[in-house]
Design a protein around this ligand. Structure first.
Ligand SMILES: [Zn+2]
Length: 295
């Protein structure tokens, strides 16, 4: 993740200078089709703006706009009695792509899911990485301490907004997938550091052997059963392991048994010296489970 810093020192929220002990993360999107972070920096980094977040997540990375432990202005006023997540949560905006408008508050109009898929994949990935970074830094639980604005309202810690769950599902994602992906990233880092190439190679070899064993045991598919018997009866193939892969040398052998190759070979080698029945001609794919003759 490409993290840059552009602290919005002219924003009144920054000037207020209040700090928090971060207890969670609140995910937002601005509700406007504007992917250019410089536009937000220009519009928000000045006096008399009533909002401020800790970061903007965009296609090219993350721009940090408040120190993480500054009190932000992103969660608004919650339903009566609630304490705003501004006092507890780090808040960031995931910038939306260009091209759509809004109707009835949170309904996206003219949003091209297919065209925006690559954009979404990038900002989603950057958001996951930012959350993982903050979880590590402040010892947060990715499964319980990350919410979006909408969930914040449900928990009575934010104003009534729909972001980001009005947008994520268009791309098959949700706050649940985001939390799971952050957790996987955090877990993966710890486990990944311990695994050596040699350990992976051993696991890979075991997995391949098991796969080949299963493949070798599979019968011919219904659509191929008839022709498989025919090939075995004609001596073109040996009738075992119908679903195992065919090597190039085995393919050559099959072609030769069908008499599709001209007789004679380069360097005067005589192919006719080998007759069907010779062990060299058995077309029986290796399944990785047989003992090799050398052992
Ligand atoms: Zn929001």
């Amino acid at each position: 993740m490409n993290l840059t810093e552009h602290i919005m020192t002219r924003n009144d929220c920054y000037k207020a200078g209040r700090t928090i002990q971060p207890k969670g993360i609140m995910v937002h999107s601005p509700g406007v089709a504007q992917p250019d972070v410089s536009v937000f920096l220009r519009l928000w980094n000045k006096p008399d703006v009533d909002r401020c977040v800790h970061a903007f997540v965009h296609q090219d990375g993350v721009t940090m706009t408040l120190p993480w432990n500054w009190r932000g202005w992103h969660a608004g006023t919650p339903p009566e009695g609630g304490i705003s997540a501004n006092n507890t949560h780090i808040g960031f905006e995931i910038l939306e792509p260009a091209g759509h408008t809004y109707r009835n508050g949170s309904e996206m109009v003219g949003y091209n899911v297919e065209k925006n898929a690559p954009y979404f994949a990038k900002v989603y990935h950057n958001a996951v990485e930012l959350c993982a970074l903050l979880c590590r830094k402040y010892h947060l639980n990715p499964l319980t301490d990350i919410v979006d604005h909408r969930e914040g309202h449900q928990r009575r810690i934010a104003s009534n907004h729909a972001d980001v769950s009005h947008w994520f599902p268009k791309h098959g994602k949700s706050m649940d997938t985001l939390r799971a992906d952050v957790k996987a990233l955090l877990d993966g880092k710890e486990e990944g550091e311990d695994m050596t190439q040699a350990q992976f190679n051993t696991m890979f070899a075991a997995a391949m052997a098991e796969y080949n064993k299963q493949l070798a045991a599979r019968p011919a598919s219904p659509w191929a059963a008839q022709v498989w018997k025919k090939a075995a009866a004609a001596g073109v193939l040996d009738g075992t392991q119908p679903q195992a892969p065919l090597s190039r040398e085995q393919a050559a052998l099959v072609l030769d048994r069908l008499h599709l190759l001209p007789d004679g070979a380069p360097d005067g080698e005589d192919l006719t010296a080998l007759e069907p029945g010779d062990p060299e001609l058995a077309v029986s794919p290796q399944d990785g489970t047989q003992d090799s003759p050398a052992e």
